[in-house]
Design a protein around this ligand. Structure first.
Ligand code: ZN
Length: 286
């Protein structure tokens, strides 16, 4: 089993990858227009042509602040999603937080790259009375306004990706904070709009002590997706994903950023070097 927590120090911030679970997705869908003869060299498919993926969450602990980027699929994952994607969640995000001494009320800020069900499933929990309630009672929940509107009013194409009933809980509780484009969310921590997977998808940037950590979200779901044309079929705006990747790689290489992915099982952290028109991934030594 891949280790469920790897850590990185970025100046005053400690960043830990926490795995909410694993799942399987068709390799063709994961790599879009790229033929299997090419992608299978980077991600070996099983007999059903599926590749194994992680539900990565990143815990960011800084001076007086605890941030959680993504909450995985959560404990209340639908039966139909379990059957379709073979989700496995033991021990899952909440147990891993507990093992590290982080209580739900310790989390100040929950950051979601976007609101597809596999990224914000742990935002809310169901109480004994079957009501939805925020899983982190003191946290601000930070998301782009455009993504929020899309999630509550999805078009037919992306309706299966959102669960609006759970999301409305955050609005009712007053915990929701809607962003409009790039901007700081806490000292040293910034949201960066990176359109492509959805129109208002965002990445997370943490800077301290001359070092930068960047979380790509679904713009680059795994290290096998580093090449510019390796874009998921799920992306609503693939041309924008391509452009977003190109722009970010230039910044990541120039600034020697440590980068991370939403669904990479094997690599929690790495860096990028220039290769051809794009970049090449170098895992960070444990
Ligand atoms: Zn995803």
């Amino acid at each position: 089993m891949t280790p469920s927590g790897e850590r990185l120090q970025v100046g005053e911030f400690e960043i830990i990858r926490l795995l909410d679970g694993t799942f399987f997705v068709d390799g063709g869908a994961m790599f879009g227009v790229v033929p299997r003869t090419l992608w299978e060299k980077r991600a070996a498919p099983d007999r059903e042509n599926r590749i194994a993926l992680a539900l990565n969450c990143y815990l960011v602990k800084g001076p007086g602040v605890t941030v959680l980027a993504e909450t995985g699929v959560g404990p209340d994952v639908d039966r139909r999603h379990i059957d379709f994607y073979s989700f496995r969640r033991e021990p899952g995000l909440f147990r891993l937080l507990e093992e590290r001494g982080v209580r739900p009320e310790d989390v100040d800020l929950v950051f979601n790259s976007h609101l597809h069900f596999d990224h914000c499933g742990g935002n809310t929990l169901r109480t004994a009375g079957k009501e939805w309630t925020p899983a982190f009672p003191r946290a601000r929940y930070v998301v782009q306004r455009g993504e929020w509107e899309q999630a509550l009013h999805p078009v037919e194409r992306d309706r299966p990706s959102y669960i609006p009933a759970r999301l409305r809980t955050l609005e009712k509780s007053g915990a929701l904070e809607l962003l409009e484009g790039d901007g700081p969310v806490s000292p040293g921590i910034e949201a960066v709009l990176i359109p492509g997977h959805t129109a208002f998808h965002q990445g997370l940037k943490v800077s301290s002590g001359g070092r930068t950590f960047f979380y790509f979200g679904d713009t680059v779901p795994t290290s096998a997706h580093i090449d510019l044309p390796y874009i998921m079929s799920y992306d609503l705006f693939p041309v924008e994903t391509f452009n977003s990747k190109k722009k970010l790689y230039a910044l990541a290489v120039a600034g020697d950023w440590v980068v991370s992915f939403s669904h990479d099982l094997d690599h929690a952290f790495g860096t990028l070097v220039v290769a051809g028109r794009g970049a090449e991934f170098r895992p960070l030594a444990p």
